[in-house]
Every structure is written in structure tokens, then in C-alpha cells.
Design a protein around this ligand. Structure first.
Ligand code: A3P
Length: 308
């Protein structure tokens, strides 16, 4: 695309935003050192698969002692976009701010990445002190969400063009399937350090996912917290309606951390549901997208992608 902010680059077989690549290289070269015993948590996702929601839920859960999810008018999630509460590693490192900001974060640190599992260094993927939480979404809904997102910058881009490039493995974070499968496999081989969540399950039963997340990061809800409905308060605080309508997320103004992307805080909240693909794809297109993602690793796809 002509917009330099959206320029893609093929790096180690993956299509990535060109602006991320210097950050990825810095991370691969050891720029990010997990804290021993510090309980670092990396939130991983394909773009448009619920990153913003996962950032909000994980932040609210892990910070709940300092910031109770209800009755705290100064709660960071009421004042900041979730992307400003949980930094994106490749963007920070690309801006040369990685070590400075990461070092300043209190333990357990919470950060995020859109990078494929195979591109992350062993210091993250093979480290008992560093946990990964992945959020997966039906790729058809991801493609639709991505189109709406990209359209804010490139209003003229036809849906068919983005659909084709996604099917051919040439769109942002392609190959999509490699991205999902990398984290899926890791969650099977190292379940103690990789948790695999699905956007659709979060929608269906957000409280269950929040409890799962809290247990995974070693901060399960106590009987007192359950009694006080803390889980439900976190779900409410991070719900689509609540987040979308917050002043900070409605304002057209950009937060400094998001400025480099040239999107507004509101760009991250659109419909917040499942199945919007049906409003954009013919049954033949949907079948083609599913086939594309079914082509490899066929036995795995059944349990992983029953929803496609
Ligand atoms: P739609 O475009 O389908 O509405 P990401 O955060 O990875 O960029 O993903 C954005 C998608 O997640 C968008 O999907 C957005 O509306 C949805 N989303 C953002 N916050 C959400 C929330 N709190 N609950 C549910 N969905 C949310």
C-alpha cells in the first residue's frame, strides 16, 4: 500500500509491518531479557483477534490488588486505552525504548506481541519464568476486522483485495495459519507456560476465561475475591460496551504510544462479536478461506477450528 505506515516486509518467511522489523531483530538479539522469577507474561495474538480485550482483561486481573476492578474511579483502564496499559514489545524496541520501558515495569511485567512464535527468541519461548497467553479468533472474522481497520487509513482498499492477499498468505502477519499453529503447538507441548484462549470462548463465558487466566499467571481468585464478585467486576470493566464508550476510547485524540500507528483509540473497538464474515464473504469465499487454513496439519484442524 502507498501508506508507509502500512508497508509490509517479508522477514524470515512472515509478512510483518515494516516498522516492527527493527524491534523484532532487537528482541531476537537478546534485547528483551525476562526477569528471573519475576513472572513475566507476554500476550500474543494476530492483529484484530482480540488483543485490546485480552490486554484489558489481563491487566485488570494482574493489577487487581493495586487497582480494584470496581469503585476505583482512577483505575488505569478508565483513563487509558488498554494499549497504553500493556506495551507492545516490537513497537517499543523499534522505537529504541524497549529496555528503558521494560526495565521500569513492576513485576510481574505484562507485555504484548503480534510476532509469530517461531520468531521469538528462546529466552521467551523456552523459559519457565516467562509465560505466554495467546488469543485466537476465527480467521474469517479477523480478515473482516482487519479490512475495517486498514480502511481507516486506506479508504479505497476493496475487501476482495485484502481477502485475496490473506488467502495467498501475503497480508499482515501472514501466514495466519502458521501464527495460530505455532502457539497452538507450544500450548500442547508446554501447557505450563503457554495458554491458548479463543475470542469466541471469551465472548461465550468471559468469567471462565478470566479465572483460567488468573490461575495460569499464578494469581487465582481467592474465596473472598469470588465472594466480592471481583471476576464479574473485571469482566464488566473490560466489556466491549464499557470500553467503547469510555471518553478515552471515544476521543479522536491519539495517545502518544499509538501515534506512530496513526490510528485513534477508538479504532480498536468496532462491533465486538462473531460471524461478521457472513456480511462480507460469499459461501464460496468462506469455504476458500477455510480450505486455505485447513490445507496443512489436517488432523489438528478439527479440534482447533471446529468453528470455521
Ligand atoms: P471487530 O472489528 O470484529 O469488531 P484487536 O484488539 O486485536 O485489534 O482486535 C480488534 C477486535 O476486537 C475488533 O473486532 C474489536 O471490536 C474487538 N474488541 C475490542 N475490544 C473488545 C472487547 N472489550 N470485547 C469484545 N471485543 C472487543
Amino acid at each position: 500500500p502507498s501508506n508507509p505506515k502500512l508497508q509490509l516486509l517479508r522477514y524470515q518467511g512472515k509478512w510483518l509491518l515494516q516498522s516492527w522489523v527493527p524491534g523484532i531483530i532487537a528482541i531476537q538479539r537478546g534485547g528483551f531479557a525476562p526477569r528471573r522469577g519475576g513472572g513475566d507474561v507476554v500476550l500474543a495474538s494476530l492483529p484484530k483477534c482480540g488483543t485490546t480485550w485480552l490486554k484489558a482483561l489481563a491487566f485488570a486481573t494482574m493489577a487487581r490488588r493495586a487497582h480494584p476492578p470496581a469503585g476505583d474511579e482512577q483505575h488505569p483502564l478508565l483513563r487509558l486505552n488498554p494499549h497504553d496499559c500493556v506495551p507492545s514489545m516490537e513497537k517499543l524496541f523499534a522505537a529504541g525504548l524497549g529496555s528503558k520501558i521494560m526495565d521500569a515495569l513492576p513485576s510481574p511485567r505484562l507485555m504484548a506481541t503480534h510476532v509469530h512464535h517461531s520468531l521469538l527468541p528462546a529466552s521467551i519461548t523456552d523459559n519457565p519464568h516467562c509465560k505466554i497467553i495467546y488469543i485466537c479468533r476465527d480467521p474469517k472474522d479477523m480478515i473482516v476486522s482487519l479490512w475495517h481497520f486498514v480502511r481507516r487509513r486506506l479508504p479505497e482498499i476493496p475487501f476482495l483485495e485484502l481477502f485475496e492477499s490473506a488467502c495467498e498468505g501475503r497480508c499482515l502477519s501472514s501466514p495466519i495459519w502458521d501464527h495460530i499453529l505455532g502457539y497452538w503447538n507450544a500450548s500442547k507441548t508446554r501447557p505450563e507456560t503457554v495458554l491458548f484462549l479463543r475470542y469466541e470462548e471469551l465472548l461465550h463465558d468471559p468469567a471462565d476465561s478470566v479465572r483460567k487466566l488468573a490461575r495460569f499467571v499464578g494469581q487465582p481468585f481467592s474465596p473472598e475475591e469470588e465472594e466480592a464478585s471481583d471476576v464479574e467486576d473485571i469482566v464488566r470493566l473490560c466489556s466491549f460496551e464499557q470500553m467503547k464508550n469510555l471518553e478515552v476510547n471515544r476521543a479522536a485524540g491519539l495517545s502518544p504510544a499509538l501515534q506512530q500507528n496513526a490510528y485513534t483509540n477508538g479504532s480498536f473497538f468496532r462491533k465486538g462479536g462473531t460471524g461478521d464474515w457472513a456480511n462480507h464473504m460469499t459461501p464460496e469465499m468462506a469455504e476458500r478461506a477455510a480450505r486455505r487454513h485447513r490445507r496443512r496439519e489436517a488432523p489438528l484442524i478439527r479440534p482447533l477450528f471446529l468453528m470455521i
